[in-house]
Design a protein around this ligand. Structure first.
Ligand code: HQG
Length: 183
């Protein structure tokens, strides 16, 4: 089994297009594991023998927690782009968070702040190094923005934990962002 491909297919099914797998997600983004396994078996020949053990292995070996398997159900922790919004529970964020982006996006971000774009939430990182990795997926001219999360929270911006290192927000106005001096 190609675990990387399986992980990417999980993202497709649980974050982006469950309807293509005839999956029903509840308001918190949970899907029934058995239904997911059946859908994967039918969707791709490579997955025709996929089992719970394969999913458990992919989750256990992942570089970071993206999914949670609980009893007979599974959900993506963050990253959703579904039309219906998945519920996350608000919480107080760390004082400072980071967002990795690319230079091309900066003028828009200066004007409008961070917006969810094609996802349901803005994705923020608890560590600069993670923000760096996130941004490198987008291009070479990487820029790390510091988010004054405590100030934003005090001003009413709502944050939600995704996993230990990923935080979500509906949007972050430009006044709570620190732009690097050179940009
Ligand atoms: C940018 C991965 C113009 C934003 C990662 C980013 C992450 C704006 C892009 C998770 C903007 C959206 C999410 C504005 C934001 N104008 N551009 N006003 N506001 N942007 O992929 O944060 O590995 O939807 O800077 O690790 O890059 O898949 O978000 O460049 O945690 O588990 O618009 O996905 O997780 O891009 O990444 P994305 P992201 P996994």
């Amino acid at each position: 089994m190609d675990d990387r491909r399986l992980s990417k297919t999980l993202a497709h099914a649980l974050r982006h297009a469950p309807w293509l797998y005839e999956l029903e997600l509840d308001a918190d983004g949970w899907a029934d594991l058995e239904m997911l396994l059946q859908a994967l078996r039918e969707a791709k020949t490579a997955f025709r023998h996929v089992s719970r053990a394969d999913i458990e292995r992919v989750l256990a070996n992942a570089d970071k927690p993206r999914y949670v398997l609980e009893g007979d159900r599974i959900r993506a922790l963050y990253g959703h782009s579904l039309p219906g919004k998945v519920t996350h529970t608000p919480a107080e964020p760390p004082a400072v968070l980071y967002h990795g982006t690319v230079r091309e996006a900066l003028s828009e971000i200066r004007a409008k702040g961070l917006l969810p774009m094609s996802r349901q939430f803005v994705h923020l990182s608890a560590e600069g190094a993670l923000a760096q990795q996130v941004a490198q997926r987008k291009g070479d001219a990487v820029v790390i923005l510091t988010v004054k999360a405590a100030d934003a929270y005090a001003a009413g911006v709502v944050f939600y934990p995704g996993n230990a290192l990923v935080w979500l927000a509906d949007a972050v106005p430009p006044g709570f962002l620190v732009f690097p001096a050179a940009d």
